[in-house]
Ligand binder design. Structure first.
Ligand SMILES: *[C@@H]1O[C@H](CO)[C@@H](O)[C@H](O)[C@H]1NC(C)=O
Ligand SMILES: *[C@@H]1O[C@H](CO)[C@@H](O)[C@H](O)[C@H]1NC(C)=O
Ligand SMILES: *[C@@H]1O[C@H](CO)[C@@H](O)[C@H](O)[C@H]1NC(C)=O
Ligand SMILES: *[C@@H]1O[C@H](CO)[C@@H](O)[C@H](O)[C@H]1NC(C)=O
Ligand SMILES: *[C@@H]1O[C@H](CO)[C@@H](O)[C@H](O)[C@H]1NC(C)=O
Length: 341
């Protein structure tokens, strides 16, 4: 009996010491600021299940903005039982990551248990797709819209190869999308490529990749993105105008009503950065028909941002749908515990 107690006490002290040691190394980060490298090797297995949520960063930046962080965090919450895979071009696989030397946003996202941050390697990604020959022909330095166009191409290749739900990093998830195969309407007869979901090897995505290469024109903004999706969809389906909040369905592909993701259309994008109009009750009915909200970041050339205490629509969305981002990147911006020496 005494011996058992001794062993138990021994085990307890070893465990307690381990915790103290961890804590002394990363004060304030106990368990939550684990090295991200741990998650890297398993992502292929994870993404191959075909139910991932995919995000992309095709610039070299490694410090996600608060909006990007909110977008990923909100998806990780709404889809807590699905893997969230965030591809970053700036992340090179051969670099050893020191968790102390990463941004707050990077650490907070990598600490979410279903988020996997992985390097984006276009050459590898585009293998065995019609996009590879195009990729070998273009000279990136001469492409005006390369960040967008390379993103348009990469998202098609990822969804073709693995299947899953692609989302832009300026979309805040507010409830699960109940369908698995869909394209989003930005307006009647106009598709977007900011959010779509397909099983792997779906012929629609193959058509899109072929059309991407055959009709390539990167000088017209959107030609390789939303207008590509619209072109291909129109060759397959007769689209009609939306009458209310109904969805359309054609060849087993849902064409989701603009209300699902774009309840605030792009000319009104500044509404997100204003105090919410009392007549459009945010908490109640206005977003009742939406699954996620697109914040139109490309319209935001003035870099409007969420300010603590401003009571804007965006601030309220952050508080509700990405509370960790809100706390660490908006409230605690200047006193981040993970950066403290
Ligand atoms: C942190 O990372 C940057 C590049 O992301 C590098 O230039 C810098 O030397 C690193 N600092 C430390 C202390 O490792
Ligand atoms: C791409 O364009 C740049 C600038 O015009 C040029 O210096 C470079 O040699 C080109 N690269 C290739 C592979 O053609
Ligand atoms: C689209 O509509 C036109 C005329 O309304 C019809 O002739 C055509 O067969 C339809 N196409 C499809 C794919 O349903
Ligand atoms: C907005 O909705 C909330 C919650 O349902 C309600 O308490 C509030 O009175 C509503 N405000 C307006 C102006 O309708
Ligand atoms: C919101 O949607 C739910 C289910 O779709 C419905 O039961 C509820 O009445 C709706 N609320 C409003 C205010 O439209």
């Amino acid at each position: 009996m005494l011996r058992k107690i001794q062993i138990l006490l021994g085990v307890f002290f070893v465990f307690a010491f381990g915790i103290l040691y961890e804590f002394s190394r990363h004060p304030g980060c106990l368990f939550s600021c684990m090295p991200i490298a741990k998650k890297l090797p398993t992502f292929k297995g994870v993404i191959s299940q075909g139910n991932s949520i995919i995000f992309l960063e095709t610039t070299d930046r490694l410090e996600p903005s608060p909006l990007v962080s909110c977008s990923v965090e909100s998806a990780a919450r709404i889809y807590h039982d699905r893997p969230i895979v965030f591809f970053m071009k700036g992340l090179k696989s051969n670099i050893r990551w020191d968790p102390k030397n990463t941004s707050t946003a990077f650490s907070l996202l990598s600490a979410l248990k279903n988020v996997f941050i992985v390097p984006l390697q276009m050459e590898t990604l585009l293998q065995k797709t019609p996009l590879l020959s195009w990729y070998h022909k273009v000279n990136e330095t001469q492409e005006k819209n390369w960040v967008h166009v390379s993103s348009d191409a990469s998202r098609l290749a990822i969804i073709w190869k693995y299947g899953g739900l692609y989302m832009d990093t300026d979309i805040i998830s507010i409830r699960p999308i109940p369908v698995k195969t869909f394209i989003a309407a930005q307006a009647s007869q106009v598709a977007s490529n900011g959010i779509f979901s397909f099983p792997h090897h779906h012929s629609f995505i193959w058509h899109c990749m072929k059309n991407f290469v055959e009709n390539y024109n990167a000088d017209i903004w959107g030609h390789q993105g939303p207008y590509l999706m619209t072109r291909v969809l129109k060759t397959l389906c007769n689209l009609s105008n939306f009458k209310a909040v109904e969805d359309q369905c054609c060849r087993k592909i849902f064409f989701l009503n603009p209300q699902r993701f774009y309840p605030i259309p792009y000319p009104l994008w500044e509404k997100y950065y204003e105090v919410w109009d009392i007549h459009l009750n945010f908490s109640d009915s206005y977003f009742n028909d939406s699954y996620a909200l697109h914040l139109w970041n490309y319209m935001n050339q003035q870099q409007k941002a969420v300010v603590a205490g401003s009571n804007t629509l965006a601030e309220n969305l952050y508080k509700t749908y990405c509370p960790i981002t809100y706390k660490k990147l908006i409230l605690d911006r200047h006193r981040s515990v993970c950066k403290r020496e």
